[in-house]
Design a protein around this ligand. Structure first.
Ligand code: NAP
Ligand code: F7E
Length: 325
């Protein structure tokens, strides 16, 4: 079989970047990953892949750094996963969030236009764009009403992708992905915070965990399932936008109950509400309709909510036990 060629991933050091790199390597791609400079090593999630990846320094704030990589490595597919992705941080760093998560997309699209407009492009759009939802469930046609600077920035990234597709004929697709998690999720996001804390409490390493809004509802899926959808989008003849979700929603309370009860604990004994963790504006309910992804891409999620939460708790329990011994 012919080699699929080279794929470039921005945000390769993040949760999705690591799973997408695994998927593409398994499919025979040569994978080029961009990482930004930092004073400490950020390769924790891709350590096991290092000898199979080409890692290069570049930043979404610096267009020339991306042009250089595109010219030298000539990817056929570019996946833009890099972003300031934490909603809470976007309230305290709204301008940085806009520079990276919004304008960064334009810098990368321009870099593609300047080097090779036949490159296929994936933009990591988000269910946070739906925000204060105007219909349930949310589809590709649901109007946006963002509730954070992050959501606002993602809408810019989404529409500039659509605009470059329509203006310049780029094969640019946008995946409107709902929350997706894994044992590689950053510790600040709710499901990983709960999984890690439940495991630490079980092992006697901590007693309580402070959370914010317990009533929020999210459509939570499994990250490796979602990166498969990204790849499928770039294999279509025509670019398009797709909602990627499970179609089921659960509350923060339900997630806590599942994680703690898996370890024989009562979440009510350990969770404290900290008002500092409430957001200035909240997204109360998200539930996606993945019908188009199912029918056009043939995409199906393989891991459900219950298995996902148990998997994350088990992974943190194992990691903490190993670290302890
Ligand atoms: P993540 O774990 O936070 O990873 C974000 C990545 O972006 C990291 O590799 C980070 O590098 C990189 N990055 C940040 N600023 C950068 C900059 N200025 N230049 C270059 N790289 C930069 O996020 P994720 O969960 O994998 O999500 C991947 C993408 O999907 C993001 O765009 C996110 O907004 C979007 N999304 C995520 C979800 C979800 O539920 N996970 C849902 C919808 C959309 P460092 O390692 O150096 O920090
Ligand atoms: O919050 C509530 C919080 O930070 C989920 C990102 O990947 O998905 C993610 O954004 C919910 C919110 O994810 C705590 O208020 C309560 O209602 O895990 P989260 P998020 O904000 O939904 C979207 C699709 C993205 O695109 C983003 O990049 O849980 N919550 N207590 C809490 N959340 C956190 N983080 N910490 C708490 O203590």
């Amino acid at each position: 079989m012919a080699s699929p060629g080279t794929a470039m991933i921005t945000g390769i050091t993040g949760q999705d970047g690591s799973y997408l790199a695994e998927l593409l390597l398994d499919k025979g791609y040569r994978v080029v990953g961009l990482h930004r400079r930092s004073s400490t090593v950020t390769f924790e999630r891709i350590t096991h892949l290092m000898d199979r990846l080409t890692l290069l320094p570049a930043d979404l704030l610096d267009e020339a750094s991306m042009i250089r990589v595109l010219r030298e490595h000539e990817p056929r597919e570019v996946y833009n996963l890099a972003a300031q992705s934490f909603v809470q941080t976007s309230f305290v760093q709204p301008v940085l969030t806009g520079e990276v998560t919004a304008l960064g997309v334009t810098r990368l699209l321009d870099a593609i236009l300047l080097t090779d407009p036949t490159i296929r492009f994936y933009q990591a759009s988000s269910s946070e764009m739906f925000g204060k939802v105007v219909e349930v469930p949310q589809t590709e046609r649901t109007p946006f009403h963002p509730r954070s600077p992050y959501g606002v920035a993602k809408i810019y990234g989404h529409w500039i992708t659509v605009n470059y597709r329509e203006s310049y004929g780029l094969h640019a697709s946008s995946g409107i992905l709902f929350n997706h998690e894994s044992p590689r999720r950053g510790l600040e996001f709710l499901p990983r915070k709960v999984a890690f804390s439940a495991a630490a409490i079980k092992l006697g390493m901590q007693e309580k965990v402070k959370l914010g809004n317990l009533d929020a509802q999210r459509d939570w899926g499994y990250a490796p399932d979602y990166v498969r959808a990204m790849w499928l989008m770039l294999q279509q003849d025509a670019p398009d936008d797709y909602v990627v979700a499970t179609g089921k929603t659960h509350s923060v309370r339900e997630l806590c109950d599942l994680a703690f009860s898996h370890l024989g604990l009562r979440w009510e004994d350990h969770v404290e509400v900290d008002e500092q963790l409430l957001r200035p504006a909240e997204v109360d309910l998200l539930i996606g309709d993945p019908k188009k992804a199912r029918t056009v891409l043939g995409w199906e999620p393989e891991v459900g909510f219950e298995d996902l939460v148990r998997m994350m708790v088990d992974a943190d329990l194992k990691a903490l036990r190993t670290a302890g011994s």
